[in-house]
Ligand binder design. Structure first.
Ligand code: ME8
Length: 650
């Protein structure tokens, strides 16, 4: 089996700046490219720009510059975004590259010489936006069936590619290769379409009188080629001239063309038949992903809701944006983008789950082991250790299956299974308790080692999706992993962390994104010392008794501590993020002399949930944690066994 993995994105029109759709495909391709490099495959990852055609010509005219100047101005917007998003493409193609144009002209000449391209007069309905003709039966109410814009009647002499003659071969190919078009629902759509519609021939020229911005037909200077005939050829011209040595034979056929669902037909039908005519093998897989809406609405310039990936990276960081796009929606399905959902993922999955695991582990190694990863005591593993090791050991195969199926969200869910298990492991083994007894020292060492080793596994498996976070984990744990080398075969055995390694506790991987309002619309709060609200005295109440009605005004709820950190410059105050079932809250509690932040994470506490918000040392608190003690806190009020966050306490 070939060791090569050639992956492409569509080449994007430079009619405007990049948007979330462009970022989505490119990030997905990047994850697969990075993953296959870790597996030791010879990867070629190509992306680039589609610079010819009507859309680009019109956009240039609108800006009052010539099309090439327009392209040169916009190209860096895409290239800079890919840098900012840590896209690891091996080459970047622009269809105005002279060498690309030469390849396109060679292919056109080849097909013309083989009489697979012919000239004919044609009258049909033309859609300027989509740059294509439609037949009478395609058009309803004078509108383009694709973009719903008005079409115009046009009579023209043009050049046609004999696409129709490949109909049966294409159907057979799709039927014989279940992986050729994915997901399966899209494959069925294409097959259904082909089985009910005979393929016509494809007009592959545009008279220069109508469109001048394109590659000239080598056999008729009055025409330029149809933008799709030019653009699709990038997949074979790129490996031909963008590498130090021509490498088309080495990398072709492509392993994976990633495309949006709207351009599946051009790839599955036009490109496949072009390749058949050119006598080149077909790509292994064309995968069509879904579209993003924004807050439930179609994304469009006129609605003013276009998501700018540059802005997202500036605000949340590249990794958070990459993670959100791939975690939120199963690849292949449509999804909805909202800031609210993105912030939710950052705070819950990234800051609480992953960020906490790293910060508690490094904090405890610092405090209990002098900042050096301790040596585990071999042969003393208990069930809880074995479950952790087993789960980490299975990750490679589980993720492999998901990524082979482009199930990014399931791959991430699987990784988060280990993140959560790591946090539970710390909660259950309670290193802060072990640290109190000298006789538990070797158990403490084993627990801390296992926590660090879990993070080493996570670092490796997170790398394709979140390369910067993986670098951060690697630095803090001083891991010897080298991501530019194949790793998945050698570094996935439990025990790879070297005891004695000095850890370097660093900044939080993913700082929480603070929002100014809570889900209840309240501004944030704070509480210092446990003080109860003072209900107005009722005639029945005395100084020492309250009525049951008074008591019922106090909402006590079980809260799960998601994250905890010290309030700067305070010995006593801890800032907690807690889950109370219906929402997350920030509560500031004066328990920092008695408890460390890391031992609180995952614990159930009881809070007063309807206390008026207040600020403590400038930090908002939306409730109060109950604890026993007079002047000093002695113990938190907890529960004998876990109940769901949000459960009422009465
Ligand atoms: O089609 N959500 O370029 P393009 C997800 N030049 N994906 C979206 C999207 C959305 N809201 N909007 C657009 C072209 N896309 C051609 C390709 S390839 C030889 C030539 C996706 O810039 C869309 O599905 O118009 C497509 O895959 C990609 O953005 C590029 O679109």
């Amino acid at each position: 089996m070939s060791n090569t993995f050639y992956i492409t994105t569509p080449i994007y029109y430079v009619n405007d700046v990049p948007h979330i759709g462009h970022a989505y495909t490119t990030i997905a391709a990047d994850v697969l490219a990075r993953y296959h490099r870790l597996l030791g495959h010879d990867v070629f990852f190509l992306t680039g720009l589609d610079e010819h055609g009507q859309k680009v010509q019109q956009a240039a005219a609108k800006s009052g510059v010539d099309p090439q100047a327009h392209c040169d101005r916009l190209a860096p917007q895409f290239q800079n975004l890919w840098k900012k998003l840590n896209i690891s493409n091996d080459a970047f193609i622009r269809t105005t590259d002279t060498k690309h144009k030469t390849v396109v002209q060679q292919k056109l000449q080849q097909l013309f010489d083989q009489q697979l391209i012919y000239r004919a007069d044609y009258t049909g309905w033309y859609c300027t936006f989509d740059e294509r003709f439609w037949t009478e039966k395609d058009v309803t109410d004078g509108l383009c069936p694709d973009c719903k814009r008005p079409v115009e009647r046009l009579s023209e002499s043009n050049y046609f590619f004999k696409m129709g003659q490949y109909h049966d071969r294409l159907v057979k190919h799709i039927e014989a290769h279940p992986d050729f078009i994915r997901p399966e629902s899209r494959r069925n759509e294409v097959l259904g379409f082909l089985k009910t519609n005979p393929l016509g021939d494809l007009s592959i020229s545009r008279p220069k009188s109508r469109l001048s911005w394109g590659i000239e037909l080598p056999f008729d200077r009055d025409y330029v080629t149809y933008v799709w005939f030019d653009a699709l050829v990038n997949y074979v011209s790129g490996p031909d001239y963008l590498l130090p040595q021509p490498a088309l034979n080495h990398y072709w056929p492509a392993s994976m063309h990633l495309v949006g669902k709207d351009i599946l037909t051009t790839h599955a039908v036009y490109w496949s038949t072009m390749l058949m005519a050119l006598e080149l093998p077909l790509p292994r897989t064309i995968f069509a992903h879904g579209w993003w809406t924004v807050n439930g609405e179609k994304m469009s310039k006129s609605r003013g809701n276009v998501v700018d990936p540059h802005g997202m990276v500036d605000e949340f960081g590249a990794d958070a944006f990459r993670y959100f796009l791939l975690r939120e929606v199963p690849f292949g399905q449509d999804g909805d983008f909202s800031r609210h959902a993105l912030i939710g993922r950052v705070n819950t999955d990234l800051a609480n789950d992953l960020g906490n695991l790293l910060s508690r582990t490094t904090a405890m190694i610092e405090r209990y082991a002098g900042s050096r990863v301790p040596k585990p005591e071999r042969g003393t593993d208990s069930d809880i250790d074995r479950v952790l090791q087993h789960t980490a050991g299975q990750l490679k195969d589980a993720i492999g299956v998901h990524l082979d199926n482009l199930e990014f969200s399931r791959a991430l869910e699987t990784i988060w299974g280990l993140v959560k298990l790591g946090n539970q492991y710390i909660d259950k083994t309670a290193p802060w308790v072990l640290a109190k007894k000298p006789e538990d020292k070797s158990r403490l060492d084993t627990v801390l080692y296992n926590a660090a080793e879990t993070l080493r596994f996570l670092c490796l498996f997170l790398y394709p999706v979140m390369p910067k976070a993986a670098e951060g984990i690697k630095q803090q744990l001083d891991l010897t992993l080298n991501f530019s080398k194949p790793l998945f075969s050698s570094d996935i055995t439990w025990g790879g962390t070297v005891p004695g390694t000095e850890i370097v506790k660093g900044a939080a991987l993913f700082p929480r994104v603070e929002t100014t309002t809570t889900s209840q619309g309240a501004k944030t709060v704070n509480q210092d010392t446990p003080t109860s609200p003072s209900p107005a005295p009722t005639p029945a109440a005395t100084a020492t008794h309250i009525t049951i009605e008074d008591f019922q005004k106090i909402q006590l709820k079980v809260a799960k501590v998601l994250s905890a950190e010290r309030v700067p410059k305070s010995e006593k105050l801890l800032k907690l993020q807690v889950d109370i079932g219906s929402e997350q809250r920030q509560v500031v509690a004066g328990i920092g002399k008695k408890y460390t932040p890391e031992e609180l994470i995952g614990r159930r506490v009881v809070i007063v949930a309807n206390l008026k918000p207040a600020k403590l040392m400038g930090v908002e608190s939306q409730g109060m944690v109950l604890a026993a003690g007079d002047a000093e806190v002695q113990e938190l009020v907890t529960l004998i066994s876990d109940v769901d966050p949000g459960t009422k306490v009465k």
